[in-house]
Structures are given as structure tokens and as C-alpha cells.
Design a protein around this ligand. Structure first.
Ligand code: SF4
Length: 375
């Protein structure tokens, strides 16, 4: 039985909602969720934990667990105003986004994966923009494919702004490789359906074709022909910030072949981060996703057609999943304070391989180091 199959999905009752971070919004909604999925494992549920030895030490690893080979081969093709990769921790040290892989990177990645052999994983391909360095990306897919031949890998998901897929020099090659690799889905960021409004948020560098609406539509269509694509919209002031904008976004997404849209709130930050420009933007431009969903429910056009499917409790996020006019719609919120607490528990909730050669149970390349390629 795969790790995903062990996630308890139970009927919604008053009793289970008390354990649930989204219970406040659930109590305010005029609809009841039919099901709740507990993606976060209870510590007492042995079936949700896998004992695994890394570098000679035994750990309890959550199931399912995602593994991210943090992409930092090139600076990102965009400069999103809210980019969490530009948040700086007060403790100092280089963030993963500032460390470029060296020549020995792929050898080290193979060694890190060897430490994980036998542990069921899901691949979560993120970091900076993976498609910005196509050569690096193709090598990465090869190493990950080899590991999946000898060790269980459940889901494979790519998080992307789509830049490489729209590049006329190699976009089609990348699309055929990711289709062969067998991604379960792609999360494709687009924070507004209007080209200029989106560019005001994402600030693609000059020469990056995906900034233009026609190129974005074309890439979305080519990707959707081979793979399920979920559009990611980070809701924010002057972006998607009202019920009318949500409906317009959904109409646009449906008309261009997306199978799902995720409306995501900025992660709630804790005191670890310096108050830099990004943190200031997040503070001043936050739109609460629960309030947005509540507003949408006030619109008969949305309320009458939205079918509430389930809610999910993750280890540092919750989401509400439904369907609207044939596409899946998700409203999602996350909390970095909760994430850091879980990472400090001594148990493993997340695995990240950083370009400094460290395999960590955290996004910080120097924290919760499980194994080092360079001792
Ligand atoms: S596309 Fe992602 S990595 Fe790049 S700037 Fe935007 S949020 Fe950051």
C-alpha cells in the first residue's frame, strides 16, 4: 500500500473539525464539507511513520513525505514581489536560492538519494525556476528517474512559472521530457489573467517570452495536451483580490484548458525573517483566502455552482477543495510558524537536497542537516 493510501479521509463531523486549522472558516461557510483528509500524520499513528536510517542515524519520517532537489542553477527568470526565496532569516547564512550547484552536484545528489533508498518519497520539484536551465533540468530528471527504478516514488509534481516551456529554443524539448518523466501534475504560476497586471506582480526579466499573454496561453495549451496543469494564483492586493476577480480568473482558466486552479494566500511569516522589501510587501498586500472564499459564497453565480468536495489538513497548511464549472478549485492557506515547529520536532516532515551538498529536513541549507556530501 502506498503512503498516500494511508491518509485518513473521514466524513466531516463536529468532532474532527476541532482538530482542524480551517475550522473557523468551515464554521462560517454556508456549506458543510463532506470529507476531511488528514495529510498530516498523527504521531500516535504508526502506519503514517516510516523508520529510516540516514547517515547511520534512525529517524521517523512522515508518510507521505516530499523530497525537493532545490533548483538554484540560475537566478529566476521572474522577480515576484512576494517571492519567499528572497526572504532572509535573521540568523544569517546563505539562503539556498543564493547557492549555485557545482560540477559535482549530480554525483552528490545521487549519493543523497542513496541515503533515501527504500524510503517512499514523492518528488516535489521547486526552488528557483527549474526550467530556466534546461540542461540542468534534464540531468535532474535522469537522476530522479534512475532513483525511481530502485526505490518507491509516489507522486511527481513540478512547480514552475513556465518560462522554459515558452522558450522557442527548447520549450518543446522540455515539454516532451517532462511528459516522459511522468509528472502527476504541474503547478503553473500565473497571478492575474491580465498580462500587464500579472507582469506588475511577477516582473519577468526582459526577453522572457512567458510574460506575454499569447505565449503563456500557447505554453499552457501545449503542456495541457500532455499533462494535468493546475494554475497557481497567489491572491494579493492589486492582483486577484475580490470575488469578481476570482470568477473572472476561473472563467479565463477554464477557457484555456486548465484542469484546476489553486488560490493561495501568502504564507503567514514568523519572527525568523528580516523585515526586508519582500516581507513588507507580503504584510501590506495580503488578501486572506478564507475571507475571499466567504465573499465568493455570497455571489449566487458561485454559490449555486460550487460543489464542496473536501478539506485537507497538511502539516503546515490547510485547503478547501471543490469543483466549479468542470474545474477543481482550491483555496489554500499556510503558516511558516507551524512549519518551523514541525521541523523542530525531531521527526522528518520534509526532505530537501541543497546545492551546498546538504540533505536537510528544512528549507534552510544549514538547518536540520541529515547528511553532508562535503563533511
Ligand atoms: S517564479 Fe517563483 S522563484 Fe521565481 S520569483 Fe516568482 S516566486 Fe520566486
Amino acid at each position: 500500500m502506498g503512503a498516500r493510501a494511508t491518509i485518513p479521509i473521514v466524513p466531516f463531523t463536529e468532532q474532527v473539525t476541532t482538530k482542524f486549522a480551517a475550522s473557523e472558516i468551515l464554521n462560517r461557510l454556508p456549506l458543510k464539507a463532506p470529507l476531511i483528509a488528514f495529510r498530516v500524520p498523527e504521531v500516535s499513528n504508526a502506519a503514517r511513520w516510516k523508520k529510516h536510517v540516514i547517515d547511520g542515524r534512525m529517524y521517523e519520517v512522515a508518510q507521505p513525505v516530499t523530497f525537493t532537489p532545490y533548483a538554484s542553477a540560475a537566478p529566476c527568470s521572474a522577480r515576484c514581489r512576494f517571492c519567499s526565496e528572497t526572504l532572509i532569516e535573521r540568523v544569517g547564512g546563505k539562503p539556498s536560492s543564493a547557492i549555485r550547484p557545482r560540477e559535482e552536484y549530480f554525483d552528490q545528489l545521487q549519493l543523497a538519494l542513496r541515503q533515501l533508498t527504500g524510503l517512499p518519497l514523492s518528488y516535489s520539484l521547486s526552488g528557483l525556476e527549474t526550467t530556466d536551465d534546461p540542461e540542468w533540468m534534464l540531468q535532474l530528471l535522469n537522476v530522479l528517474r534512475d532513483h525511481a527504478q530502485i526505490s518507491p516514488v509516489e507522486e511527481r509534481v513540478l512547480y514552475t512559472n513556465g518560462a522554459g516551456f515558452a522558450d522557442p529554443r527548447y520549450g518543446n524539448t522540455l515539454i516532451s521530457h517532462v511528459a516522459d518523466f511522468g509528472l502527476d501534475w504541474i503547478e503553473l504560476s500565473r497571478h492575474h489573467f491580465d498580462e500587464e497586471a500579472n507582469q506588475e506582480i511577477m516582473r519577468f526579466h526582459p526577453g522572457i517570452d512567458i510574460r506575454f499573454q499569447a505565449q503563456f496561453h500557447d505554453a499552457l495549451q501545449r503542456l495541457s495536451a500532455d499533462l494535468p496543469v493546475k494554475l497557481i494564483c497567489i491572491v494579493q492586493d492589486k492582483g486577484i483580490d475580490s470575488k469578481e476577480a476570482v470568477l473572472a480568473y476561473l472563467d479565463w482558466a477554464a477557457a484555456h484548458g486548465a484542469r484546476a486552479v489553486i488560490f493561495r494566500e501568502f504564507s503567514k511569516l514568523d519572527g525568523r525573517y528580516k523585515d526586508n522589501v519582500t516581507a513588507g510587501y507580503i504584510r501590506s498586500s495580503r488578501v486572506a483566502v478564507d475571507a475571499l472564499l466567504e465573499q465568493c459564497m455570497g455571489l449566487p453565480a458561485f454559490r449555486n455552482e460550487f460543489r464542496f468536495d473536501r478539506v485537507t489538513q497538511g502539516y503546515y497548511f490547510w485547503n478547501i477543495v471543490g469543483r466549479y464549472r468542470g474545474i477543481e478549485v482550491v483555496f489554500e492557506s499556510s503558516d511558516y510558524a507551524m512549519m518551523h515547529r514541525m521541523h523542530e520536532s525531531g521527526r522528518i516532515y520534509k526532505l530537501v537536497f541543497h546545492a551546498n551538498g546538504n540533505l536537510c529536513a528544512d528549507w534552510n541549507p544549514q538547518r536540520h542537516v541529515l547528511w553532508r556530501a562535503r563533511p
